[in-house]
Design a protein. Structure first.
Length: 146
């Protein structure tokens, strides 16, 4: 069994090649590639589209980075590959960001690090773009919000 894959003590979650290759062929830039020695959280990548598979020990910081990137460069988009933990604060922050948010769930679980074993959690791709519409939350509707 792949001990690194199932360890919570590791950020070694290399994007499955078929996903990473697709985004690179489409011209996306990855500000935090696998085992990157540089912390690019303070680096403005300019007006480009980004693909981010963040270190899972610091997803919140990379969500903030993605949100700031879209707000500054509103003609671009960002995709984040993250665990589909819809109850987390960072997930809810994206949904409530007033950006256009797309959520793409995978059927089954991904195989990171070219492992034979699947990840112990489900994953999703989040697309963030400049606002085009509004997401309504049930609690807003129940309170009479529009």
């Amino acid at each position: 069994m792949d001990k690194v894959l199932f360890s919570k003590n590791s950020d070694d979650w290399k994007t499955p090649a078929y996903i990473y290759d697709l985004f690179m062929k489409l011209g996306y830039i990855d500000p935090c590639p696998f085992q990157c020695p540089t912390n690019n959280l303070e680096t403005d990548m300019g007006g480009v589209n980004l693909f981010i598979n963040p270190p899972y020990s610091d997803i919140k910081s990379w969500v903030d980075y993605a949100l700031n990137h879209i707000k500054k460069h509103n003609k671009n988009n960002v995709y984040l590959l993250i665990p589909s933990r819809t109850d987390t604060k960072y997930f809810q922050k994206m949904l409530k960001s007033n950006l256009d948010v797309g959520i793409y769930f995978f059927e089954g679980r991904l195989h990171f690090n070219e492992s034979k074993n699947s990840a112990p959690f489900p994953s999703c791709l989040i697309r963030l773009e400049a606002p085009k519409g509004k997401i309504y939350f049930l609690n807003e509707l129940l309170k009479g919000g529009k």
